[in-house]
Design a protein around this ligand. Structure first.
Ligand SMILES: [Fe+2]
Ligand SMILES: [Fe+2]
Length: 187
């Protein structure tokens, strides 16, 4: 596979991040016994829409007439995932719906995520270069119970966004509510 176009788009550093996401995701894929080929593709391309700054991403999305919801526009840093899904399909010719969803929801999460979606979300959150507070707990939980690690990661994300007074995408809140419901967490 030739990743020249991808590296030209996202830069070498982000490509290296994608390789670290792949290693982390493959480790999880082996634990949860899922399709490793799909994990490889989803990991490598998960940030294929992260072309330059958020402003540039918004410009490209506009130029290509990609529809964004009001909710997406309130969380512009999420838009690279929507552009990513589009480019994965139309530029890199990925047709597998599960892989496309894993790319689209790798930042916000969503209710009823597939195993692949959860693995890519968590691998992006916990790849070895991530060292923010709480990441180690998510890393450890992900190897034992992926849904528990989703709760921890979503909670951290929500707490962080709240602390900065940043809009929380509806998919993130819905995902959090979904996972605490299926895990029967009583507060
Ligand atoms: Fe991303
Ligand atoms: Fe990423």
């Amino acid at each position: 596979m030739n990743y020249k176009d991808l590296i030209l788009d996202i830069g070498l550093e982000r490509y290296k991040h994608s390789l670290r996401v792949m290693d982390t995701a493959l480790e999880l894929g082996k634990i949860y016994k899922t399709n490793l080929e799909n994990i490889k593709i989803a990991s490598i391309y998960h940030d294929c829409g992260k072309i330059g700054s958020t402003e540039e991403v918004l410009k490209i999305t506009d130029r290509r007439n990609i529809k964004l919801s009001k909710e997406d526009l309130k969380s512009p840093e999420v838009v690279h995932t929507i552009l990513g899904r589009y480019l994965a399909e139309h530029k890199y010719n990925i047709k597998d719906e599960d892989i496309l969803n894993a790319i689209e929801f790798h930042t916000t999460g969503r209710p009823k995520m597939s195993l692949l979606e959860k693995i890519i979300y968590i691998a992006d959150y916990t790849e070895p270069n991530r060292d923010f507070s709480g990441v180690e707990k998510v890393r450890e939980a992900s190897k034992k119970d992926i849904d528990n690690s989703m709760i921890l990661a979503l909670k951290n994300t929500i707490d962080y966004l709240k602390s900065k007074d940043i809009h929380i995408h509806k998919n993130t809140l819905d995902a959090y509510n979904y996972f605490i419901e299926i895990k029967g967490v009583i507060i």
